[in-house]
Design a protein around this ligand. Sequence first.
Ligand SMILES: *[C@@H]1O[C@H](CO)[C@@H](O)[C@H](O)[C@H]1NC(C)=O
Ligand SMILES: *[C@@H]1O[C@H](CO)[C@@H](O)[C@H](O)[C@H]1NC(C)=O
Ligand SMILES: *[C@@H]1O[C@H](CO)[C@@H](O)[C@H](O)[C@H]1NC(C)=O
Ligand SMILES: *[C@@H]1O[C@H](CO)[C@@H](O)[C@H](O)[C@H]1NC(C)=O
Length: 488
Amino acid sequence: MLSVPQTSLLVLASATAAASATVDLKWHAPGSGNKVNNLTAALKSDGVYGFIYDSSHTPDKTYGTYNWCNMPHARKTEYVKASSDYELKYVEVIQRHHKRTPYASNAFPVEPYEWNCDDQGLYYFGRPFTNKGKSAAETYWVGVTGDINPFVPSGWIGSCQFPQISAAGLDDSWTHGNDLYGVYHDLLNFLPSRNKDWRKKVVFRVTNNQITSQVASMFINGMWGTTESVPLVIQAKGVDSLEPQYTCTTGSNLFSTIQSSSNSAWEQHLTKTSDLFKKMDDISGVPSTDSGFHVSWDHYYDNLSARKCHGKPLPCKLVDGKNSSTCVDEETANAVFRMGQWEYSQIYRDASSSLAASSTSYGVWVAELASHLRAVIAGKSKTIYLHNFAHDGSTSRLLSILQIDDMVWPGMGSEIVFELYQKKKNNAENTSGYYVRVLFSGKTLKSSNPSLGLMDMVPVETLLAYFDGLVGENASLVKGKCSGSISV
Ligand SMILES: *[C@@H]1O[C@H](CO)[C@@H](O)[C@H](O)[C@H]1NC(C)=O
Ligand SMILES: *[C@@H]1O[C@H](CO)[C@@H](O)[C@H](O)[C@H]1NC(C)=O
Ligand SMILES: *[C@@H]1O[C@H](CO)[C@@H](O)[C@H](O)[C@H]1NC(C)=O
Ligand SMILES: *[C@@H]1O[C@H](CO)[C@@H](O)[C@H](O)[C@H]1NC(C)=O
């Protein structure tokens, strides 16, 4: 997509070699700014650290507050412009999809109500590019429950695909695209006008999970106002680096070990929440032997948070097919949410093997990002804006690699932005004069790694040396590390 001839990299490569001698490639524990990783506090407190779980709307005066249903992103109103000494050259964004129904695997054995999606269409069609007088109708899927079909799907019932971006999540996707246009066009005049030729300068990328395409379609209309065809770049199932889907045994093993009894912190959090599990199992009817629900709080979290984000009631225990008065109350839901937050911090930041787990399993995407930065610096790229539509497994791994100081579970629409700037004057000797600013939730990301620190104008040599050190230029180390033939 963005390839660079080797000769143009010579200057940068030597500068990178100089920086790599000093860059710190080690894992560093998250800092005291982390709100969610104190197990004692997570078990005892009420509420969820002031985080929002029940609406996509965050009031303007508190915008920036964690909102699971619709995470904060860069907007004109809050965006902090870089000093005028720096000129913006390239922007790459990665975001989690917006709010959706739960996954089928997260349904209770018998769900107390249907979840319908009759308020939208999932367009799915093929259209040949060689037009011999034939075109395609804009066909879309309508979920139906066959009147005659005696087989009932397990889990959720209703006309949605599970998962599917909800109508409200589609609205959030549109607003997200419109807001980023507000920043990168209206405010910075970096993206071209909507009526100009933006198509050669902008790339959109999705994963094999259809929900990312659903978000992309609304986002792109929000950003560019077009209802015309727009290509979405996608890698093949099974090897896609964005989701990620490629096989990485080392990464999988390290993540499994973090979430096992050999990690005493993990074991302790499960033991100390056994009563909470009993309560949730009783209401949901999930058997206590169902390992999917009991290895972590992930399933119950998804289950409850999706309901709350869509204004649906918390579920009650069904007795003889009817709602009883034993229900999940707010306090119980909050306790589940605090445990989910603790787990994400543990898996992606607190465990010392998290960096190796993430940099192997997400190393290819990181190397792709690095190659895009190099291409821009070498003057070999037409692309000025690349937007990746991805998942929490993608954004969590990236935050893990960047060693974010204050880890959270990246909620719906979570956004990480890489802005590449060129400094106009006063460059230090032997640097390319390029710098990177990284934003998470619209604010400058703070890393616990001392080489990265507050990621506000990090010399690109430092960031590239860090990425290269972990994953190799062009991902040269990833296959070896993933298969165990190079140690991590
Ligand atoms: C990385 O890939 C680019 C583009 O294919 C190539 O020009 C460059 O030489 C490669 N770098 C290394 C270190 O192999
Ligand atoms: C964790 O939270 C508990 C209870 O609020 C508090 O007493 C303790 O000091 C905290 N531990 C750390 C390391 O902050
Ligand atoms: C249980 O309660 C929910 C929410 O109030 C309601 O939508 C649903 O129809 C009820 N389910 C049954 C089986 O009565
Ligand atoms: C810049 O590079 C030259 C040649 O590699 C080297 O001699 C010099 O010490 C470098 N300067 C700095 C400040 O690193």
